[in-house]
Design a protein around this ligand. Structure first.
Ligand code: SF4
Ligand code: SF4
Length: 318
């Protein structure tokens, strides 16, 4: 329910932002809608640049401050409450789950990639993460970071992102269609093999004090937890799940037929599933609220800036 609420919220933000952009693309003829800062959650690579700028210079980006606030919030969520961003908030994760469930209905099951290839493909998302970390955190000097954050391209990176979806090229359509088809057949194909954001959150989540924990004295070894885990973790044979693939979705816990055999535990103390979900939501709202209250939420760009930049968006970045 929470996943679909967030998905609906993202759609709402997308439509509102689309109307905002349309106002400027029609030179003010279409009605004006305020810009929702939440769309900046779709700018994770720029956020990584902002993060480096903040750490090195102390300057908190004012052009897309919500991007950095959301990025920091998701990192904190991963550190404290596993990859809960992936299982509760990310709209791509929600769509991905919808597609493999559709596949299960169509084919009666989801397929598994051969173990060796599966491990190799899982490595791909870490390679992509390494690429971005190397490019931005290691290779980008402070002066280049300053220039990037002051450039018109960064100012309308959100508009470019919108155009990616509204004016999709044939290549992008083919890539998305192939990934969607693969997601019907294989569980969470994008998340499991290709998402560098998920890779980063997964590595941080290994430090989380929350872990799915199995009590060997209560477990009847039915294997239901392993069979139902969307991340294909062999929960049945673990005492504590340390895997960076675990999203804290609680599917294994809610399907376990034996009372107290499996739980989400804080250090080693079991926590009710609903309490874990409340903690996840509290972490998310605290992050967003602290951004809003500390005045790191609304962009510093003015109406006139957008009037000047949006009509030329397609020419920027080429
Ligand atoms: S089913 Fe359990 S082990 Fe698998 S990802 Fe969800 S919480 Fe983690
Ligand atoms: S579902 Fe529960 S009882 Fe069955 S193997 Fe997993 S932990 Fe044990």
């Amino acid at each position: 329910m929470i996943q679909w609420l967030f998905f609906g919220w993202c759609l709402f933000l997308g439509i509102q932002f689309g109307l905002f952009v349309h106002h400027f693309e029609t030179q003010g003829q279409a009605g004006y809608y305020p810009r929702p800062p939440g769309v900046e959650g779709f700018l994770p690579i720029g956020s990584l640049v902002s993060l480096k700028a903040w750490l090195l210079t102390g300057h908190f980006d004012t052009v897309h401050p919500a991007a950095l606030v959301l990025f920091l919030t998701f990192l904190a969520m991963a550190l404290l409450a596993k990859k809960s961003f992936c299982s509760f908030i990310c709209p791509v994760g929600t769509l991905s789950e919808g597609t493999w469930k559709l596949g299960r209905k169509l084919f009666g099951r989801n397929f598994r990639i051969w173990r060796g290839l599966d491990l190799f493909l899982q490595f791909t998302k870490y390679a992509l993460l390494y690429f971005f970390a190397q490019l931005i955190l290691v290779g980008m000097p402070t002066v280049a970071i300053r220039e990037f954050l002051a450039a018109p391209y960064w100012a309308i990176a959100d508009v470019k992102m919108l155009h990616f979806f509204t004016g999709m090229s044939l290549t992008s359509m083919v890539v998305i269609a192939v990934l969607s088809l693969l997601s019907v057949v294989y569980k969470n194909f994008w998340c499991r093999y290709l998402c560098p954001y998920g890779a980063l959150l997964g590595l941080l989540s290994m430090l989380s004090p929350f872990k799915v924990t199995r009590r060997e004295d209560r477990c009847i070894n039915c294997g239901v937890c392993s069979r139902n885990c969307p991340a294909q973790i062999d929960v049945q044979h673990k005492v504590r799940v340390h895997s960076p693939e675990c999203t804290g979705c609680l599917t294994c816990v809610s399907n376990c037929p034996e009372k107290e055999a499996l739980s989400m535990a804080f250090w080693k103390r079991p926590v009710p599933g609903v309490a874990f979900v409340v903690i996840v939501m509290l972490l998310f709202s605290s992050g967003v609220l602290s951004g809003m209250l500390s005045d790191h939420w609304q962009t510093s760009l003015t109406y006139v800036d957008y009037q000047r930049l949006i009509p030329f968006a397609s020419r920027l970045g080429h």
